[in-house]
Design a protein around this ligand. Structure first.
Ligand SMILES: [Zn+2]
Length: 198
C-alpha cells in the first residue's frame, strides 16, 4: 500500500483529497482500499476527538480553559482521558495532555507510551509536546491551532525537529469547529464578566 500522510483540515477535506488522489493510482483495488482506509481512520479520529471534547466541557464548567485529551492504544483501547485542572489542583503543569499521559503510563505500567495516539482539542504547548516526545507517543491529533502557545506547528514545531530523537506524526483539524467554538465561547464569556466587574 502507498503510504501517504495528510494534514486533515476537516472531515470533508479528506474525502475530497482521497477522490482527487484516486486517478493517480493505476491499481483500482488499492485505490479503493486507500479511500476506505482513510475514511475509516477519519471516523475513528472524530470518535475519539468527541470524547476529548467531552473532557474539555468538564474543564469549562470548572472555569478552567476548556481543553480535553484522550490517550488511545494502537488497538483502539482508551488508556486515559483528562481535562485541564491547573486552577483546581494549584498545579501549573496540570494540562489535559500531561494528566492523560500520566494516567495512561500508570495504566500500562510503562513510562514509554509507544504506538499510542493522543487526541487533544487544542494544539499542545511546549511543555506538553516535550512530555509527548519523552513518552514516545506515536501520533498527536488535535482540533485547533494555538497561535500563542502551540508547539506542534504554530509558535514552535517540536514535531518536526531533526535535533529531537522522536518526532510524532501530527494530524490537525479534527472536529475543528466544535473545538474552536468551545474556546471562543469560554474567552468571550470571561471577557464579558471582567468588563461587568470593572
Ligand atoms: Zn500544555
Amino acid at each position: 500500500m502507498v503510504h501517504v500522510q495528510f494534514k486533515i483540515c476537516n472531515e470533508v477535506a479528506i474525502k475530497i483529497i482521497a477522490r482527487k488522489a484516486l486517478p493517480r493510482f493505476p491499481n483500482f483495488k488499492s485505490s479503493v482500499f486507500f479511500i476506505i482506509h482513510f475514511e475509516a481512520m477519519n471516523e475513528r479520529h472524530t470518535e475519539f476527538m468527541k470524547l476529548a471534547l467531552d473532557e474539555a466541557v468538564k474543564a469549562g464548567r470548572k472555569e478552567e480553559v476548556p481543553v480535553g485529551a484522550v490517550l488511545v492504544s494502537e488497538t483502539g483501547e482508551i488508556l486515559s482521558s483528562a481535562h485541564n485542572q491547573t486552577i483546581d489542583r494549584c498545579d501549573p503543569t496540570a494540562h489535559a495532555e500531561i494528566l492523560a499521559l500520566r494516567e495512561g503510563a500508570g495504566k500500562i505500567s510503562n513510562y514509554r507510551l509507544l504506538n499510542t495516539t493522543l487526541y487533544v482539542t487544542v494544539e499542545p504547548c511546549p511543555m506538553c509536546m516535550g512530555a509527548i516526545i519523552h513518552a514516545r507517543v506515536s501520533r498527536v491529533v488535535f482540533g485547533i491551532h494555538d497561535a500563542k502557545w502551540g508547539a506542534a506547528g504554530s509558535l514552535y514545531n517540536f514535531s518536526d525537529n531533526e535535533r529531537l530523537n522522536h518526532r510524532p506524526e501530527i494530524i490537525h483539524g479534527v472536529c475543528h469547529e466544535e473545538c474552536r467554538a468551545l474556546i471562543q465561547d469560554f474567552f468571550y464569556t470571561r471577557r464579558n464578566a471582567a468588563r461587568k466587574n470593572r
